[in-house]
Ligand binder design. Structure first.
Ligand code: AMP
Length: 194
């Protein structure tokens, strides 16, 4: 895995544990020498993660729309900033250039990005790992609702299992690396889109 895409809040959220998780994820990204791919903003958890990776000489690629760029939202010091014309082009570009996807706590934008990439895996458009960092139980009700989809017959359990849920950034990235290595060796990729 070379590039990890992270979806997360353009706000900080009220709970300091979200910021702590950002620091842990930054350390994990640096440890594995991954390039961070994200939405390119300078504020919220987004800005914090970019800053923490950049501070220790990590690489960060931001993908931002022309509109957001004109509004001065872009982080000014990224390794690379891609400016695109629409939100859908932005998601496509982040998806193409990344080898795995993680969602940290965030709002509607984060959920939209997570579910688009997760559904793409479900219908077999890609086989890249997708994970959810359930920091301080933030996503508990979302996870319960996904279970409800299975219970009520709208989602198969194998499809649900595509989404790797963890409370710990280092553990989640370890799971991604294990999945990618076993799929490289042609071993079974249980829980992946066929
Ligand atoms: P939200 O979770 O609603 O705060 O939205 C954050 C997610 O949506 C990020 O992963 C971004 O890719 C995208 N996004 C939403 N708002 C912005 C913004 N103002 N600047 C950059 N990206 C944003």
């Amino acid at each position: 895995m070379n590039r990890l895409c992270v979806f997360m809040g353009a706000q900080l959220g009220i709970n300091p544990s979200y910021r702590n998780a950002v620091q842990e994820l930054a350390d994990t990204i640096l440890k594995h020498r991954l390039t961070l791919v994200y939405g390119g903003a300078r504020m919220g958890l987004m800005g914090q993660l970019a800053n923490q990776v950049l501070e220790k000489n990590g690489k960060v690629i931001g993908v931002i729309t022309e509109d957001f760029f004109q509004q001065g939202i872009a982080h000014p010091e990224l390794t690379e900033l891609c400016i695109v014309s629409s939100m859908s082009e932005r998601k496509r570009k982040m998806a193409e250039m990344s080898d795995g996807f993680v969602a940290l706590p965030g709002g509607l934008g984060t959920l939209e990005e997570l579910f688009e990439i997760l559904n793409a895996a479900k219908i077999g458009l890609h086989q890249k790992p997708v994970g959810l960092l359930n920091i301080d139980h933030y996503f508990n009700r979302l996870i319960e609702f996904i279970d409800q989809m299975v219970k009520k017959g709208f989602l198969m359990v194998e499809q649900k299992n595509i989404l790797k849920v963890s409370e710990n950034p280092a553990d989640l990235i370890f799971t991604f690396l294990t999945l990618l290595n076993s799929s490289k060796r042609g071993e079974s990729t249980v829980g992946w889109a066929k």
